[in-house]
Design a protein around this ligand. Sequence first.
Ligand SMILES: [Zn+2]
Length: 494
Amino acid sequence: MTLRLYNTMTRQVEPFTTLDPGRVSLYTCGPTVYNYAHIGNFRTFLFEDVLRRWLEASGYEVFHVMNLTDVDDKTIKGALATGAQLRDHVQPFIDAFHEDRRYLRLLDAHAYPRATDFIAPMIALVEDLLGKGIAYRGDDGSVYFAIGRFPAYGRLSRLDTRELKAGAGGRVSTDEYAKEDARDFVLWKAAREDDERVGAAWDAPFGRGRPGWHLECSAMALDLVGTRYGRDVLDIHAGGVDLIFPHHEDEIAQSCAHTGEPDFARVWMHGEFLTMAGTKMSKRFGNILTARDLREEHVEASAVRMLFATTHYRQKLDFTDEALASAREGTRRLGEFDARMSQATEATTGAFDPLALVLDDEFTAAMDDDLNTSQALAALFEAARAGNRALDAGDGPTAAFRSAWTRATTVLQVLPNSGRFAVAVEAAGESTWTEQSPDDPTAQFAWANWWAAQRLAARQARDFAESDRIRSLLDRHGWEVRDNRDGTAMVQRK
Ligand SMILES: [Zn+2]
């Protein structure tokens, strides 16, 4: 069996093929950095991370680009309110996004282009569309895309013309009068005084202004993927379901009108919403809305990842305290087996041999089936159950089993931090936590992990007094810190 993925464009699960053998270009729409990212955004980013990890585990070379939208109405409004320049205003939110995603163990994309660094290719794209007569300058000085001159419009969202009109014209905005057709969308917004004040306006041959959101993704994807692979078409474009219309529909229109290719991406993938409707917020977890809240509540990344993996990415998922607690219990069970197996003496044959085959087959079949992570998790739990029985009977894990186990747990990232400290510490970013003592073992791991990251940063900055202070703080709480060639390892004293 080979990998099959659901393609929103065809509404079908299809065998996955690439433009070039063995390599995949993956573009995922990133956050608008006007605030801390909601965990709903991170559900999408985590689904994309599992996709990326599975592609890599399957042997593909993946080139992953995620954009950062740093210029739009919301970031400009925020900058105006604080009196800062746009780029300065959004920087803390960009830093926070990276901290959050490292905490949730999201692999680094190969590029995180900021829209304001890619104004030149955006201007070139608009010029090309103007030259082709598919874009026009409106009475208000903005440039619009003429949907009527792009017959393929609407293929992804499958909205007919009537619906599109109703959607776009539901409330009449000021630009309705500047457009030739109510459905047309803006490519380039003429500069207003507010834009100028925060440094969000650029000169262009068709008038000073700033890019529209949809234009940003088209220009950055074409520029980065084009440079890397010499292609005008992406292998996979992914995002949340709320981006299908109008964002991705408009990306397709601009990009295909520019390149002349029939498609902008061969596969379109969309993650469903995370709902919090059924949540009775308990005192323990409080009112968690952002990834930052989870971090500050000492919720382990593995528990969040386990919770999200229990539901298929194309199904709605309700985030509840109960679901999170049970996910945490699940990670603890897997973690216990992992620790037990790591300490056991390796065997060359025995009960673990067939277990390795079953785990590999079932995990692979599940993931190849449009990333069926709940099935894949079931295979992991079954392997842990059977593995515990084999250890009880005196069998030792074989190299094949350890490798199947590592492959599966590396893709899903559902093992708690304990026992994997050196890795976790390296992956963690800086933190701004204040000294406090956590109350349960899982929280302790997260807490110690963050202090270890602080200490690493202090060492890198050659602040050895701070590094020693953190070492003794950790020591007081039962953590022995060992520095070695591969990084920092921590051992919890019994
Ligand atoms: Zn986008």
